[in-house]
Design a protein around this ligand. Sequence first.
Ligand code: SF4
Length: 253
Amino acid sequence: MNQYLKNLNKIEFAVTYACTGRCKHCSEGEHACYGEHIDPLKAADAVRKISAEYNIKTVMVFGGEPLLYADTACEIMSAAFEMNIPKRQIITNGCFSKDAHNIRKVAENLSKCGVNDLLLSVDAFHQETLPLETVKLFAKEAKNCGIPIRLQPAWLVSRDDDNTYNLKTREILESFADMQIRENDGNIVFPEGNALKYLAEYFTENRPENPYTEDPFDIRCISFSPNGDVLGGNVYRCDIMEILRKYAPDKKA
Ligand code: SF4
């Protein structure tokens, strides 16, 4: 086992950077890589191989909007279920289709493939471009299928700050009350990508750090990009276990 990965416990996949949203706070910026998505079989294979050697507790898929490639998300989750990984998580904005039948079908498939933690991104930023009715329809279908759901808002400055975005976010969260969906603490928006471009005035006194930064000497989570890049290698060119075996941090960093 690679000593720099001895505490590895999470695998995450940015299934695609394509997105239905155009959020002002998005740390990924303008989503230029439309349509590219990770190969489902390669991704599932990586889940099986890594979890056979490391004590993986969570497999997570996100994006962009991962449910634009729902079959890929399901392939990854099925592999996680098969490998008995306890948390099988998806982060979605809930807007991937306008077709009610398709929305129901995707919810059913996510349930069948073992998703057990669905984080629904809802807040003032997402709802500037993504219709709440569509999000709620998906949430209703997912709930009917028995998938545990949590609302996952992004807060600006802090959860308690009364800026106009946070006020709107509270209003949006309250509108879910009758659906009895649990609310998560959510994230604090940090100054990267679009957030730096559109919300710079909110970061003059306080610059929240990117909470997803990993210590290169003690990697806890590895993250796959839609093009197969992971940990300085690429799964289309090299076996994932070889990438993990060869990984070494840049000592100058
Ligand atoms: S924050 Fe999420 S939903 Fe919004 S543009 Fe970025 S990836 Fe898409």
